[in-house]
Design a protein around this ligand. Structure first.
Ligand SMILES: [Zn+2]
Length: 381
């Protein structure tokens, strides 16, 4: 039942656009790591949170009964087997519409119960930013491997042997004539091997949709390899880690994952800086809650960049896409009825997804703080 990035992206889009047929969607996120003894702990937590939230929202007895059936469904889901590797579980239910979606993730989620007209999809948008598959290219002069790594581990391994090794007689160990000539031509053959690896790498990136590559090689080999492969493929290499013959594949993947995360952080910092430079008339940058909301109202946001920890309660309109940070009985945009939301920034994230915008998540980015915790690149200025 584990979910890959592509499956989650699809579910996320569908969930973001879903509206409750009944009173509201019940969105539940939970950490399901063993340490928490979560199976014992979750039902009590869910019941008490459910009671607190329904009371806070002043939900009628009748509506509460319908939602209670949704909660019973969530309790059922957690009773049955969840993939043992799963550390975070998200469940979205609208029983009135017969709608139910569950997503299992390889990392923990905040324990939370949300009852709102739309599913609370922000945790999934955050998850996606961490789930993007990447490739580790372990390159040496004559024996290289490409590892496609997804959120659950190594999904695919291609081993590539170079022409020099192929031409020598490994069984007898004798220096064959063929090998003698091969040795003389070694540099050319290494070059050929790099080209082969480059071609296989381009194909793997294309097939898997992975965007980033970590190069695992001795430094001089890494430089030669980068020079040999097409610039478009070399441009996907976001980090280099040293080749360590003693490291297990697990250790190599762990340090590659770390390197990808650091590269991502740098990319997000660069994105925030680009947005900052594009602020103002004629530019393609927008920043701060109100201006980003305005741009979303015009379907103008191409990329939304949001601080992982910027979460504030607010109000939303039930008729249009208006969201505000302060209470409003009637929507200032259309006069429709409003309802409180636990995460107004999450509403911006949801709107961006509905509009096919890209959502990027950053953390500890001073420039993004300056921009008010939420910012965007516009489709046009
Ligand atoms: Zn409205």
């Amino acid at each position: 039942m584990s979910d890959g990035a592509a499956a989650i992206r699809e579910k996320l889009k569908e969930l973001a656009g879903a509206h409750a047929a009944g009173k509201a969607f019940l969105s539940v996120t939970l950490s399901t790591s063993r340490l928490d003894d979560w199976r014992l702990f979750a039902p009590a937590f869910l019941n008490s949170e459910f009671n607190r939230v329904t009371k806070e929202l002043g939900i009628s007895k009748e509506d509460k009964r319908l939602l209670q059936a949704d909660l019973a469904h969530v309790l059922d889901v957690i009773k049955y087997d969840v993939d043992p590797r799963t550390q975070g579980l998200a469940v979205f239910v609208d029983g009135t519409a017969g709608y139910e979606e569950r997503i299992e993730l390889p990392f923990r989620l905040m324990n939370r119960v949300v009852i709102e007209p739309s599913p609370h999809v922000r945790p999934l948008a955050h998850a996606l930013s961490l789930l993007e598959p990447f490739v580790v290219a372990r390159v040496s002069r004559d024996e290289s491997s490409l590892f496609l790594v997804d959120e659950w581990g190594v999904a695919k391994e291609d081993d590539l042997t170079g022409p020099w090794l192929r031409s020598s007689d490994r069984e007898t160990g004798e220096l064959s004539i063929k090998e003698y000539y091969a040795a003389a031509r070694q540099d050319t053959l290494v070059d050929l091997h790099f080209k082969e690896v480059g071609t296989a790498l381009a194909k793997l990136l294309e097939e898997s949709g992975a965007g980033r590559v970590v190069l695992c090689a001795q430094h001089d080999i890494a430089s030669a390899f980068r020079r040999t492969i097409p610039a478009a493929v070399a441009g996907r290499i976001v980090a280099e880690i040293p080749f360590d013959a003693a490291a297990t594949p697990g250790q190599m993947v762990a340090s590659a994952r770390q390197a990808v995360q650091e590269a991502r952080h740098e990319e997000m910092t660069a994105l925030a800086t680009r947005i900052k430079e594009g602020l103002g008339r004629g530019g393609r940058g927008v920043s701060g809650f109100d201006d980003v909301l305005g741009a979303l109202g015009r379907h103008q946001v191409q990329t939304l960049l949001v601080d992982r920890n910027y979460r504030v309660p607010g109000w939303r309109c039930l008729e249009c896409s208006w969201v505000g940070l302060s209470a409003a009985e009637r929507c200032p945009a259309c006069g429709g009825a409003t309802t409180p939301v636990s995460d107004a920034v999450g509403e911006l994230v949801r709107l961006a997804i509905v509009q096919n915008g890209r959502v990027e998540v950053g953390e500890d980015i001073p420039v993004l703080d300056e921009l008010g915790g939420v910012a965007g690149v516009l489709r046009y200025s």
